[in-house]
Design a binder for this molecule. Structure first.
Ligand code: BGC
Length: 758
């Protein structure tokens, strides 16, 4: 039943792998909370399941033992917690308990409605003794009441009248998932939650829990409203269970509405009082109204953000799914950001990486700038930790952002492919600049954004050094995690150069606007330092190989032996799970786009011929073991006019989670790739670039499509872009006329503009 708005799974597949993947695919989230989509009734013994509910930014601290206690090694990490389970509902028909694994499943569907904002599951089940019931469950995490997870559970007896029991549970004694054999999820089991109090007030269960080490508390509250009558929750340990029992009549629907709210001490002084307040607020709104509000929120979201594709329905719905996950995952307050797996699972432990700035934030910058600003606010909020981190790494000044974090401190245990990725600081500066270029919001730069860019520029100055008149950067890791601790990584050097450039530009712009003094005084920024930024920017060394006519990934990359990707057995991918890191480091083999990413982000640094040769070279040595890769290859292939490649890479990116092509969707969605899918259309096929010189478009149309459309917010105006077989039309939907460039030519967009497709 897939259509434009619905994603439906083959839910008759009951093997463990499919169940785990669907827990992720159909999770509900709203940027504050996320609930995996487990079967309400659970699974039989022996099935692996990740039954989790998460709060963005809510964490505990776990030890990270370092075998050798070298100076500055990270010894503690933050980990996002599974805080409580509120999704359990068990159904008994007489003495028989409903399970997908007993009796006969006569039909089963599971779907996500991206217009209405809920997931649903419908099952017709015949018990071993022949009683038939129809079950419909519907779930949503509200975008308008962020603490609310709502679960509606309906049961209709089809061929009997008799006793039906619903047992609804609220459990605060939960744990996180771990897998000691996979470096991408937590390796050890920790007891993170300590029960503090459990109480029932007016039929609502409140479970207050404290974290073992981070000193945070969370309160979850559950209220059940059932058509079978009143039920009194019973406390047992740190959980509450309520049973509804009645004679059900054939054909008559039984209806349970389960409200669950979350409150935490990061956002509230008194989570218990907050949970009471939230519960009172949400239960005062009729359920139909809650759904109407959800729909209205999403109508507005799709109106500004939708990417529409004509001519390939499967891809169109996959692209929509990816966009939906972005709005589900993004934090909407400065306490949170976007985790690498959103709020859909425990992979990467809820950490925020550069994925946000380079892969996801562009979508928000261009469609929902206030969300983009909030992402910068978060980075501003942890700037002091980035300063602290810079000192730990030996820098006397500036800020070095942690490679992975929740509350601001570094969580990366393996520094060669963690802390050494200094580029994250430049990436944060880059996205701050992008926010400014898209909005012209210089006030925000004066208040917060500028400080980030100045402090990261200071760090680069301290990190690099002059050698033979050129500014070089040693012992860093670029985006490609199969090549670590190198000198002059081309991407990193360009990224540092851009950061230094914008430190100078913001200094000038703020000075001109009379807005410089507060920030300059706060951080002691002097004209002399600005001169040093200028000098380092100009002298930045950008490696180039004359013989091959390409940019080497770093000083030593091209002199290593080449990994034979074609003859590596399929089961050896991803290579990181099968080869010692040092073995990988000795080869020319890339986990992901690195120099090719530089050719996208900093495209003006090289001519097209160099970019074309580079693309061809790196394509042969890249495994795309990271999900952050194919979207970038698609964009650069588009730029080079390699239409088939651009389309194939885009397809890989769009379908990655829905078809579990990386075989780890069970641990959560790949949010960066989802942002990458958006970029592969807007920046790739649409040829869009946001530069100091303005907004640039160079659209092309994939052969199998009839057309595509998207909208952008640019300098306060909304532009609709429609690409068709013969032409591209730009329409100013609101705001002042803006200057745009199409295929290199400048236009003023006042109402609408039609340009033939090149
Ligand atoms: C990638 C990194 C990425 C991280 C989190 C790794 O596999 O190599 O670039 O930041 O995953 O998504």
């Amino acid at each position: 039943m897939n259509n434009k708005w619905i994603w439906e799974a083959d839910s008759l597949k009951l093997d463990n792998e499919s169940l785990l993947v669907n827990e992720t695919i159909f999770h509900n989230a709203n940027g504050y909370i996320g609930v995996r989509s487990n079967f309400e009734e659970g699974y039989p013994q022996g099935y692996d399941t990740i039954r989790g509910s998460y709060i963005n930014g809510f964490y505990d601290i776990a030890q990270m033992k370092q075998a050798e206690k070298l100076c500055g090694m990270v010894e503690e990490k933050q980990t996002m917690l599974n805080v409580a389970d509120g999704q359990t509902v068990r159904l008994f028909v007489g003495d028989e308990e409903f399970s997908m694994f007993t009796g006969t499943v006569l039909s089963s569907r599971r779907w996500l409605d991206m217009q209405a904002g809920y997931t649903a599951r419908s099952v017709v089940w015949r018990s071993p003794l022949g009683k038939e019931v129809e079950i419909l469950s519907r779930r949503m995490t509200s975008f308008t009441h962020l603490p609310l997870f709502l679960l509606e559970y309906r049961v209709t007896p089809r061929n009997f009248t008799g006793e039906v029991r619903l047992v609804s549970r609220h459990n605060g004694a939960v744990e996180n998932y771990c897998n000691p054999n996979d470096p991408r999820v937590a390796g050890e089991r920790f007891q993170h939650l300590i029960p503090r109090s459990a109480e029932i007030v007016d039929g609502v269960s409140y479970l207050l829990t404290e974290t073992a080490s981070s000193g945070l508390t969370v309160c979850t509250a559950v209220k059940n409203v059932c058509s079978l009558g009143e039920g009194q929750p019973v406390l047992e340990g740190h959980s509450a269970t309520v049973t509804f029992r009645a004679e059900a009549r054939e054909g008559e629907e039984i209806h349970l509405t389960k409200y669950m709210v979350f409150a935490d001490s990061i956002r509230s002084q008194n989570p218990l009082a907050q949970a009471r307040q939230e519960m009172a607020a949400v239960t005062a709104v009729p359920v139909t109204k809650l759904y109407e509000e959800q729909r209205a929120y999403l109508d507005a979201f799709w109106d500004t953000s939708a990417l529409e594709i004509d001519g390939d329905d499967d891809l169109a719905v996959a692209v929509r799914y990816n966009q939906y996950q972005l709005i589900q995952s993004v934090g909407k307050d400065p306490h949170s950001n976007i985790a690498a797996k959103g709020l859909s699972g425990e992979g990467y432990e809820g950490h925020y990486f550069w994925d946000t700035e380079m892969y996801m934030q562009p979508f928000f910058t261009l469609t929902n700038p206030e969300i983009s600003r909030n992402l910068v606010e978060y980075r501003y909020a942890i700037l002091d930790y980035a300063r602290e981190n810079a000192r730990i790494l030996g820098h006397t000044k500036g800020a070095a952002y942690p490679w992975r974090t929740i509350m601001g401190r570094e969580c990366s245990g393996y520094y060669p492919s963690g802390s050494a990725q200094y580029h994250i600081s430049g990436d944060i500066a880059y996205s701050t600049v992008a926010y400014y270029l898209a909005t012209g919001d210089l006030d925000f730069i004066a208040r917060k954004g500028g400080e980030i860019v100045f402090e990261t520029a200071r760090m680069w100055l301290d990190l690099g050094n002059y050698h033979d008149g050129r500014f070089e950067i040693h012992e860093v890791t670029g985006p490609d995690e199969y090549t670590c601790l190198v000198s002059n990584n081309y991407f990193t050097n360009l990224n540092a150069q851009y950061n230094l450039h914008w430190a100078v530009r913001f200094y000038e712009l703020l000075k001109e606007a009379g807005k410089l003094s507060p920030v300059a005084e706060k951080i002691g920024l002097q004209e002399e330092e600005i001169q040093q930024f200028r000098q380092a920017e100009k002298a930045m060394y950008l490696p180039y190989d004359e013989k091959l006519g390409i940019n080497p990934q770093d000083d030593s990359f091209l002199s290593k032996k080449v990994w034979d990707i074609a003859n590596t057995p399929k089961e050896k991918f991803p290579l990181l799970l099968h080869y010692h890191p040092m073995y990988l480091y000795r080869f020319q083999v890339c986990k992901q786009a690195d120099t090719v990413l530089a050719h996208f982000i900093f495209e003006d640094a090289q001519d097209m011929d160099t970019i074309a040769r580079s693309f061809a070279y790196y394509e042969k040595v890249t495994t795309h073991d990271s999900s952050l890769s194919t979207c970038i290859y698609s964009i650069v292939a588009s730029k080079l006019g390699l239409k088939d490649k651009a389309y194939a890479y885009f397809g890989d990116s769009a379908k990655l989670d829905l078809f579990n092509t990386h075989h780890n969707t069970k641990d959560g969605i790949h949010t960066a790739n989802m942002g990458g899918t958006y970029m592969a259309i807007v920046y790739g096929f649409g040829g869009f670039r946001l530069k100091e010189s303005g907004a640039w478009f160079a659209p092309s149309l994939p052969e199998s499509w009839e057309g595509y459309r998207f909208k952008l917010q640019y300098l306060g105006s909304r532009i609709r872009v429609e690409v068709k077989a013969q032409s591209v039309t730009f329409t100013l939907e609101n705001g002042n006329p803006v200057t745009i460039h199409v295929y290199g030519k400048e236009y003023t967009l006042a109402q609408s503009l039609r340009v033939p497709l090149a």
